[in-house]
Design a protein around this ligand. Sequence first.
Ligand code: GLP
Length: 269
Amino acid sequence: MSSVDVIILKDIEDVAMQGARMLRHQLRKKSDSVLGLATGSTPLALYEQLIQECANGRLSFRCASTFNLDEYLGLQPGDAQSYRSYMQRYLFDKVDIDIANTYLPGCGDGEDPKDVGPRYEALIRSKGGIDFQILGIGQNGHIGFNEPTSSLSSRTRIKTLTRETVAANRRFFTDATSQPQLAITMGIATILEAARVVLLATGEEKAEAIRASVEGPVSAMWPASVLQLHPQVTFLMDEAAASSLTLRDYYHWVAEQNRRLADVRTAPG
Ligand code: GLP
């Protein structure tokens, strides 16, 4: 059954709880799930929630494997600003995942960056493909580092970041000269192949990107809009990120009807 779901919740904590609920459901259904993971500020609350649930024994990553969306080109994995370090710091070091099963599209010493994409794609395929992909969204609608006008059929490859993305991510770097302007990212076609996609968005600065991606035409100018073509996608957001949606009331109304349906299904007799 295909669906594009738009779920609007009060704030980032509720978004994190709902995201964790969906991921828990996925891991209970398939303990060796292949998860697609994202970085940035938005998933941090979700990762904290997952760490807590793992500590309480409510979920386990023991049999799971993970593929991150992207990695900067030119930073060593041990660099504090690399996405590998981010993942170790905010999730992997604090849950029961086997680090050998965690992958990022990094470029090793002496390796030709052009080989990284095809190798990463082959690795994803060898694990059976991504079951559950978490995404954030850039203010310009990028997913992973697929900047506006990225090919909608792109695969994992090197991308030049836009000046806006470099500026938006400047806050993570103490020294501007060490901030990379190139990255390796899963392509848009790679992301679309995930069986299930959950895009998280919080804060008013994402409102325009959310409006264009959920309600605008499918366009390479807003890469996340391509998710409208995905068979099972959830746009999960807080009220601030939803504030420019034309059909906001309708999405709330649909959620209410879904809750009623769930009550009917679980009612005794
Ligand atoms: C980065 C990442 C994206 C992320 C986006 C939004 O550029 N490559 O995967 O979704 O920024 O980040 P934030 O959540 O910090 O706004």
